[in-house]
Design a binder for this molecule. Structure first.
Ligand code: NG6
Ligand code: CA
Length: 526
């Protein structure tokens, strides 16, 4: 299909034809071997935060090397502008907005992906891979919200979702519980300090950031984040206990990177799938002292340097084991960047001319492009071309079906309903853009992006994220339509192109209703 695919072509199609299961939509020629797959998913890393994407004041040499050996995408999109819905969509191939309970999850959320639901890890496991999730999870744990006993094996955990091994943070570093969970049990559990967690009220007598600011020896909150204190940093939610299992923020990158590397080492002789989700560069940013001052941007810049180090460690281990040629590495971020996300780390004051969004409007939470356009790099020696830069419109939502097709995993009927096999696109072999990409932002506001247009559904929500990040939500009462070459999304042309607005609305409705006509446009791609 030509690059300037028309909206007409996108909306026409045989209505009423059942949507084929994602696995049936394969077009890529399948390689003979089953490569290892490593997904490195950064947190809140913006489109402009890596030096290969134009970052200032920080050099990400390991990521840049990866990009120079593979394909660097300039128009790839996370499915949502916050973590939980973005990760849910990537791992299940279903848009998070189809479900009610996929908003930013508290640390005591029950498992959002249910054990019976098909995941990317299931695809790999069914194809004989060893599978692991290491790092930030943020998709709930245990059977029911608020009912977990953190002192015993959790009744529902990642083992039920296709991951043979997991070493994770339940939610985010700014949410309790502040402990790592290994295969469903608190790692390094300290029986002398039983763990209690709740989000509705404090435990009597326990200090909080609000009442005991003198205990905030490492970081103070700028907004929210004034509940339980762990490691001199106050968090969202209340916990007590934990003892020696409690993490130290400055060691999180070391700890999860070491577990990722160990998994690779332990499975060097068989195909493996590693989902490595870093804590960097989410708040609280508190990098290890060896990264302090690596940039002139304070903790946020130094956390980017720390992220780059983690990437380097993983790549170095693949090299050392002779696995690089047979490993497909994907590096991306869960959503766009935020500068002040709730801690006084002077990230804003110290930008020194750096633009985390790379000049895009908005940021994390936002319906503007800063919310969901993310770095996306793919390297698979022999299959991707070194140093390629690819502009094709693409989305994380298609990773599941694409990777499943590559390894010949059969997706059960009805699973991963929104994911399409776009393997050729992810390997930089096809310039055919996705006909449209759905994006989810603040208040579950949907946007639709095509190779020519960006449309934001009207909303009564606030113009600015209401809790202090100073980010524009992109929400307005009027429909917004931008030409894609208006990268700053400043010139709303909805009034001049009512027919386009109508077609964009139609596509969104079709996707919402799972009506085939909009989806057929993807099937029709070469
Ligand atoms: C917000 C938090 C923010 C961050 C975000 C989730 C406040 C005031 N802000 O509610 O700090 O934790 O949730 O980020 O609590 S995400 O990248 O994991 O989606
Ligand atoms: Ca995030």
């Amino acid at each position: 299909m030509p690059k300037n695919l028309t909206l007409k072509a996108m909306t026409l199609g045989a209505a009423g034809v059942a949507v084929a299961s994602a696995s049936a939509q394969g077009v890529a020629e399948r390689p003979k071997e089953k490569p290892n797959v490593v997904i490195i998913l950064a947190d809140d890393l913006g489109y402009g935060d890596l030096s290969c994407y134009g970052a200032k004041n920080v050099t990400t040499s390991n990521v840049d090397a990866l990009a120079s050996q593979g394909v660097r995408f300039t128009n790839c999109h996370a499915t949502a502008a916050t973590s939980t819905p973005s990760r849910y969509s990537m791992l299940t191939g279903e848009y998070a907005w189809r479900r009610k309970d996929t908003e930013i999850a508290p640390g005591n959320a029950g498992m959002i992906i249910r054990p019976e639901q098909y995941t990317m890890a299931d695809a790999f496991k069914s194809a004989g891979y060893a599978t692991a999730a290491v790092g930030k999870w943020h998709l709930g744990l245990g059977d029911k919200t608020g009912e977990q006993d953190w002192n015993a094996p959790l009744p529902a955990a990642l083992g039920d979702l296709g991951f043979d091994y997991s070493y994770i943070m339940a939610a985010t570093a700014d949410r309790v519980p502040c402990v790592f969970i290994e295969n469903g049990k608190v790692a390094n559990y300290d029986p002398s300090a039983p763990i209690e967690v709740r989000y509705d009220r404090n435990f009597p007598g326990e200090p909080t950031g609000k009442d005991n600011p003198e205990l905030l020896t490492n970081l103070r909150p700028s907004h929210g984040h004034d509940m339980s204190i762990v490691n001199g940093i106050s968090r969202i939610g209340f916990m007590r206990g934990g003892g020696k299992a409690l993490w130290k923020d400055e060691n999180i990158a070391d700890s999860i990177t070491e577990h990722a590397v160990r998994f690779i080492r332990n499975h060097a002789d068989e195909p493996f799938f590693l989902y490595f989700a870093t804590n960097d560069v989410h708040v609280p940013r508190f990098p290890h002292e060896r990264f302090r001052g690596k940039t002139n941007m304070g903790h946020r810049g130094d956390a980017i340097a720390q992220f780059d180090w983690s990437v380097g460690r993983v790549l170095e281990e693949l090299d050392r084991l002779g696995l690089s040629d047979n490993t497909l590495v994907i590096l991306t971020s869960d959503n766009g960047p935020v500068v002040d996300d709730g801690y006084e780390d002077r990230a804003k004051e110290l930008l020194n001319g750096h633009s985390p969004t790379g000049g895009l409007r908005g940021g994390k939470y936002s319906a503007y492009e800063g919310g969901t356009r993310v770095p996306f790099i793919v390297r698979w020696p022999g299959n991707t071309q070194s140093g390629q830069v690819d502009e094709a419109l693409s989305s994380h939502i298609d990773l599941l079906a694409s990777l499943a097709s590559m390894i010949d995993a059969r997706i059960p009927r009805g699973a991963a309903p929104d994911s399409y096999n776009r393997l050729d696109c992810f390997l930089g072999k096809s310039l055919a853009p996705r006909p449209w990409v759905m994006e989810q932002a603040y208040d579950n506001t949907l946007s639709l992006l095509t190779p020519e247009w960006k449309y934001i559904v009207p909303s009564d929500g606030p113009a600015i994220v209401p809790w202090g990040t100073e980010i524009e939500t992109g929400l307005t009462k009027e429909p917004q339509l931008f030409k894609v070459d208006d990268t700053g999304e400043r010139n709303n042309v909805a009034k001049s192109y009512p027919a386009v607005v109508q077609r964009m609305e139609m596509i969104i409705k079709d996707v919402r209703d799972r009506n085939n006509s909009a989806l057929k446009a993807i099937d029709a791609l070469p």
